[in-house]
Structure formats: structure tokens, C-alpha cells
Design a protein around this ligand. Structure first.
Ligand code: NI
Length: 200
């Protein structure tokens, strides 16, 4: 894809998690409408924005699960990045069988269960920071995160570039392809942890 040059660099205050905080509820709801074939830009984060995806084993749990859900829910996955405390995806849900809500819950819940189970086995102290007011251990931030429809090829390319640039903006990688936890490598070389689908 020759159009995937790094033309866009968004400042941190443009981050969708920040902008979603200021949206009135009715606008949030409007953005959740689902149109068959339409790509969705999705952002969600760890509980209290804690960097729960610190080590590679936990990152791998996420990548494995994402690859699996792509197949079981037959969605087109167009881009992804896993950051220490948040995730961005671009995907096209397979409607009406598998709406976005189902894709995300099937992705997120088992990751939370698997990682928390591991922390319990190791009696990891991080668990103390994840207890909510009801005494339950949480992994993901409540509320489902942020999502919006992508309406044009231009916007799709901008979102993919934005996603791949996340680790570079943060100083976690020199180049987008140096961060294995995204689709940047796949776009550059045709190989990566997860294969991407074509947008039709
Ligand atoms: Ni981000």
C-alpha cells in the first residue's frame, strides 16, 4: 500500500480517549450506529489508564486473542496497535451476525480473565491497584471506550497511520516497524503477528 506514508502526526491532546471525554452522551450514542461494510476506529484502555500491558507475555496474550477473534467473528481487521495502557483497532464487523459489541467483549473478557488468573497465581501486587469500589478486580476501563465510523479511504489511511505512529510518538520505538505490537510490520513487509484484511 504505497499510500501509507507517515503523513500525519497527531498531538497527544488529539488522542481519541481525551476527546471522547468531552462528548455529550447523545453524540457518543450516535457514533455507535453500525452500517454493514463500514470500518470502525476503536479505542479502549486499561483500568485507570494503568500500563497493564508491560511485559511481552501479556502483550502476546492480547495479540493471540485478537487473531483468534478475527477468525471466529469473521471481521475484517485493517489495523491495530497495542500500547502499554490502551488499544486502537480499525475493523469491519461482520454484520448482522457479529456486531462490534460482540467482537469487543469476546476480545476483551478472556484477556482480562487470563491475565488476572496469572497475576493471582503469582500473587502479583498490581492486583491491589485494580480493585473497584465493589471490590472486584478490573482489567479494562469501564464504559467500552471510544469508536467512530470511518467514512472515506482518506480517513482510513489517516487512522492507520495514526495507529502505527502511536509507539513512535511515545518514544517506545524509533520507527513504526520497530514496534511488533501493531500492524505496521504487516503493511511494510507482509509479515506480522496478525494478518490484515483488505478493505472492500
Ligand atoms: Ni493512542
Amino acid at each position: 500500500m504505497p499510500l501509507l506514508g507517515r503523513t500525519q502526526s497527531s498531538a497527544d491532546n488529539q488522542h481519541p480517549l481525551n476527546s471522547s471525554m468531552t462528548l455529550p452522551d447523545h453524540q457518543k450514542r450516535m457514533r455507535r450506529r453500525e452500517t454493514p461494510g463500514e470500518a470502525r476506529f476503536v479505542t479502549f484502555s486499561c483500568y485507570k489508564q494503568l500500563p497493564l500491558f508491560q511485559n511481552d507475555q501479556i502483550k502476546q496474550v492480547f495479540a493471540d486473542r485478537l487473531a483468534r477473534v478475527r477468525e471466529t467473528h469473521r471481521c475484517q481487521l485493517l489495523a491495530w496497535v497495542l500500547m502499554p495502557e490502551h488499544v486502537h483497532l480499525v475493523l469491519v464487523p461482520n454484520l448482522p451476525e457479529h456486531p462490534l459489541k460482540d467482537v469487543l467483549s469476546t476480545l476483551k473478557r478472556p484477556i482480562a480473565e487470563q491475565v488476572i488468573r496469572r497475576w493471582r497465581e503469582f500473587d502479583a501486587s498490581i492486583r491491589k491497584r485494580l480493585v473497584d469500589r465493589k471490590g472486584r478486580i478490573r482489567f479494562w476501563q469501564r464504559g467500552g471506550g471510544y469508536d467512530r465510523n470511518i467514512v472515506s479511504d482518506q480517513e482510513l489511511l489517516e487512522k492507520i497511520n495514526y495507529i502505527h505512529d502511536n509507539p513512535v510518538r511515545r518514544g517506545l520505538a524509533d520507527r513504526t516497524v520497530d514496534w511488533p505490537w501493531s500492524s505496521a510490520c504487516w503493511y511494510e513487509t507482509g509479515e506480522g503477528l496478525i494478518s490484515m484484511d483488505a478493505w472492500d
